[in-house]
Structures are given as C-alpha cells and as structure tokens.
Design a protein around this ligand. Structure first.
Ligand SMILES: Nc1ncnc2c1ncn2[C@@H]1O[C@H](COP(=O)(O)OP(=O)(O)OP(=O)(O)O)[C@@H](O)[C@H]1O
Ligand SMILES: [Mg+2]
Length: 500
C-alpha cells in the first residue's frame, strides 16, 4: 500500500497526495523507483470550493445538522512537498536530475534502499539514517581523515545536542590513529570527570590526555611557562595597536626568549633608545600584565595566578603538539579560566600545531601524519568578524592544505564570515529556531538546502542533517545518545568476559 502518489510539482518540489489513514512527516524519506525523496513541507488540499468548506465548518460549529461528506477521504487530503534527494544508479548515489513518474506511488524508505552506502576509508561514524523522526538501522560514515581536515561546523540552537555529538565523535575517534584532536573544553564536559565521558573508553588510557588547572590523578596540569611565549602568540588574541606590536618585536629581536620579562621591566630610557614611545610602552606593559596575570615588583616579574608561571611546564605546548601528531586526543579543561585566558592558551597551542604541520608539508613529511583537528566551542569568539586575524582564521582559510582542521561549534553561524562558513566543508546541522541562523547555514551548505528551512527548524534533539562535500547528498541522521554508547561498550565487554 503506497503512502502517497505524485500529483504535480516541479523539479526540487514534487507534490505528493498523502493516502488517507497514513501519515507523512516533515523530513520523511520516500522511495519511488531509483529515487529517494525528502518531505520538506505539508499543506491541506481539497476538491471543495473554499466557500463550501467554510459553510460546512460553520454549520457544524454552530450546531446545525451535521454535514456528512460523501467520500470525504477523496475530497479532503494532505499534500506533501518533497525534493528528490538522491538517485541510485548502478548501485551508486547520484544527484537526481529527473522527475519521478506522474501518478507514481511512493513508499517509505527501508533499510534495503540504502545498500548503496559504503564504509569509506578512515571512516568516522556519525549516526543512523533518519526518515522524519524514524531511525533506520543504517549507519552513516564519512571519511574522517579528509572531513576533519576540511573543517566541520556544528551549528544549532542551545540544547539540541551539539555537545552530545562531539562526545560521540570523540568516542569513535579514540581508537583511530588517523586523527589527533585538540579539544578546548570550557564546560569540562568531554573527559567525564564526574560523569560518563571519554575517560570511560577502553582505550582512554593510551589515547586520551587530560589537562586541567586542577587535574585528577592521571591528568596533567594546564599551565603555560611565560618563557615560551612569542610576540606572534599574541596576534588576534591580545588587542594591541600596530605601534605596540612593533615594540614587541623590538624587544624580541633584542632579548630573544627573555623578551617579555625585559619588556615588562624596561625603563623609559631603554624604550626610548629602541625608538619605542613612552605611551606605547606603558600601555603595552599594562595589557601584557593583564593578559598573563602577572605583576612586576622590584624589577622582578611575578605570576599572580597558576596558569601563567615562570617555573615548570616549559614543555607543555610541545608535548601537546606531539601527542596530537601521534593521533591522540587531548582535552583541555578551561572551565576555571576566564575567556581571554582560555582563548590565549588555545591560540598558543593551536599555533604550535599549525606551525609544525606547515613545516612537515615543506619537508614533504605530511603524508605520514594524522589529521590534526581542533574542537572549539562558541566558534564566533575566534572566527567572528570582530575576532580579528588569528590562527583559527588562518586554519579555516588554508588549514586543509596542511591537514589541520577545525570542528567549530556554534549557536550563531551568522556571526562567522560567509567565506569561512563556505570553507567548512562538512556541516552537521542540528535543530535551529532562528531563521537568520538557518539562512546563514543554508547559504553556505555543500548541497542545495534552499528549501530545507522548515526541515531544519523541525529537527528534534539529536536529529541532524549532514551536508558535506564528502556525502553525495544531504543525509538526515539521528545521532546516538552518548550515554547509550558507553553502556553498549560495557555490555559488549561483559559479553566478552562471559564467553571468555
Ligand atoms: N542524540 C541525542 N539523542 C537523544 N537525546 C539527546 C541527543 N543529543 C542531545 N540530547 C539531549 O539533549 C540534551 C542537551 O544536549 P547537549 O548538551 O548536547 O546540547 P548542546 O547543543 O550542546 O547545548 P548547549 O548549547 O547548551 O551547549 C542532552 O542532555 C540530552 O538529554
Ligand atoms: Mg553544549
């Protein structure tokens, strides 16, 4: 029994009459011949004149005799508008360029309709195919090594499942050596210090590193030794003028790795002798003291907090970069840091990773390296127009050439410049209530989603559309609930123990 029949429309918007007694939902996937269509909108249809409909309704509402309609299921119905999503030709997915036959009968898709999907190399599991709110037992994988280096955007309104998705991706990536991950975690939600998290993975011990200002046993201290800072680390992170920037380089040129200390204790006379003006020097000193939380007493530089220190942790940035290159997943718990310090530290480490990868490319060693991906929450903080040029911008623009990518999470895609959005070649679009946000996402998607606005608005928690240059069509998926994944892992471990 078909669920509906094609009665009109045009390419990109096929009109389907729903069979009475059956229900078509927005987002449903319907199959006809070698085509799969996706429902984008629903509407009422009727063979009756508008006046007649309103008169009949009035009579019934106002208590006149009931107006029984002959053959009601024929006269009144529901229209679904659907777009051809994918055509399967010779076992492979293609962009559909045809219309399905007029009066053609449609059925809901089933598992067998997706036999054309294959498991790519270096695969990354994202979720299962979803038809409306129904989940099919069809896993969706993309080539993770490629997709990660071409950036992934995860846009959604709050509470729709962005963090859950990152947890799921991280979990699946832990055993895979093809990608190293740097996760900047301002909510301390990924490691699972007090709840389930990455630490519960059987391979967490060798593949997860956890840095925190207050690390549990097995974790590392997150702190930066001031001596490793270089003037360029501050670019786009500390707000400085051109003159101040020049002054940084003057001191760096003169004092090398001791530039910061010398600048902070510099006398006006000395500054003057380097051509640095008094106002520049004092403003710069103030900004640097504030940025790194340091004070200067009796010509001595003293860290006030426990993040920027002058003893120990000299190798932290180098170690983290090395771990990423070994395909490990490094989580930075920045939950106790103010935002500017979080971004400063994230910027310094990311910059080191990016520089290393650039040098590998120059030396022709990139082939052997895993993709390095950086997970950043509230991405407009670093990618927004106002953030200025920084290493994240740079990676968004040219990271893929060096196999360094971003996983950018945001509620506000519209705050990210269009060209950067367009560079994010995989978008895992979760529910979004705001039209302006949906427009920004749709306008930069890898597939034509111009008619999917309602579809995106109607996405429930964990429901997503994957639009990617690495998928032949925009795939509707349901993402697993992270806690279920962890349970499954435990279950299978128990089974193994049982069977011996
Ligand atoms: N795939 C899913 N399946 C079922 N429920 C989910 C799924 N993803 C998320 N949820 C539910 O929604 C809640 C919120 O999810 P999550 O914290 O991932 O949202 P978020 O988009 O990161 O929100 P925020 O913007 O506040 O960070 C979860 O606690 C969980 O209960
Ligand atoms: Mg979140």
């Amino acid at each position: 029994m078909p669920i509906g029949q094609i009665v009109g429309g045009e390419y990109g918007e096929v009109l389907i009459r729903q069979k009475s007694g059956r229900t078509i939902e927005i987002g449903d996937l319907l199959a006809i011949d070698d085509l799969i269509l996706q429902v984008l909108d629903l509407e009422y249809g009727s063979l009756l004149e508008k006046n007649d409909i309103e008169r009949m309704s009035g009579m019934e509402l106002e208590g006149y005799e009931e107006t029984a309609l002959m053959e009601e299921e024929i006269r009144n119905y529901i229209y679904a508008k659907a777009k051809p999503l994918v055509r399967i030709k010779d076992g492979a997915p293609r962009i559909p360029k045809i219309l399905p036959p007029f009066f053609g009968n449609l059925e809901r898709v089933n598992k067998e309709d997706f036999e054309f999907l294959d498991d790519p190399q270096d695969s990354l599991y994202l979720g299962k195919v979803r038809s409306g709110s129904q989940v099919l037992e069809v896993p969706i994988h993309i080539n993770g090594k490629e997709a990660l280096s071409h950036h992934i955007l995860i846009p959604a309104t709050t509470g729709r499942g962005k963090s859950n998705l990152v947890k799921v991706m991280l979990w699946n990536l832990i055993p895979k050596g093809y990608a190293g991950l740097l996760i900047i975690d301002p909510h301390d939600e990924y490691y699972g210090r007090n709840e389930k998290g990455a630490k519960d993975h059987p391979e967490a011990g060798k593949n997860i590193e956890y840095y925190s200002t207050d690390p549990p046993s097995g974790g590392y201290h997150l702190r930066i030794n001031l001596s490793i800072l270089r003037p360029w680390d501050l670019r786009g992170i500390v707000d400085i003028t051109e003159a101040q920037n020049q002054a940084l380089y003057v001191y760096y040129g003169k004092y090398g790795k001791n530039w910061l200390e010398n600048l902070l204790t510099s006398s006006l006379e000395e500054a003057d002798s380097h051509g640095v003006r008094e106002t520049t020097l004092s403003a710069l000193k103030r900004k640097l003291r504030l940025a790194f939380d340091i004070s200067v007493k009796n010509e001595e530089v003293r860290p006030n907090g426990n993040i920027f220190v002058n003893k120990g942790s000299e190798a932290l940035v180098r170690d983290i970069a090395k771990s990423i290159e070994d395909g490990k997943k490094v989580i930075l718990d920045t939950s106790s840091l103010p935002e500017d310090k979080e971004l400063l530290i994230a910027g310094i480490i990311t910059d080191r990773i990016f520089k290393n990868y650039k040098s590998y490319k120059e030396k022709g060693e990139l082939e052997d390296k895993p993709t390095a991906a950086i997970v950043i929450e509230e991405a407009p903080r670093v990618l927004g127009e106002r953030a200025g040029r920084n290493v994240f911008h740079q990676i968004a623009r040219e990271g893929r050439k060096f196999r360094v990518g971003l996983i950018a999470i945001t509620q506000l895609s519209s705050m990210i410049p269009r060209e950067i959005l367009a560079n994010m070649n995989t978008k895992i679009i979760l529910g979004n209530e705001m039209k302006s946000e949906r427009d920004a996402i749709i306008g930069s998607a890898a597939q034509d989603l111009s008619k999917d606005s309602k579809n995106i608005a109607s996405l429930d928690k964990g429901e997503a559309i994957v639009s990617s240059i690495f998928t032949k069509f925009a795939v509707p998926i349901k993402i697993d609930l992270f806690e279920d994944l962890v349970e499954d892992e435990r279950g299978s471990k128990k089974k193994l123990e049982f069977f011996g």
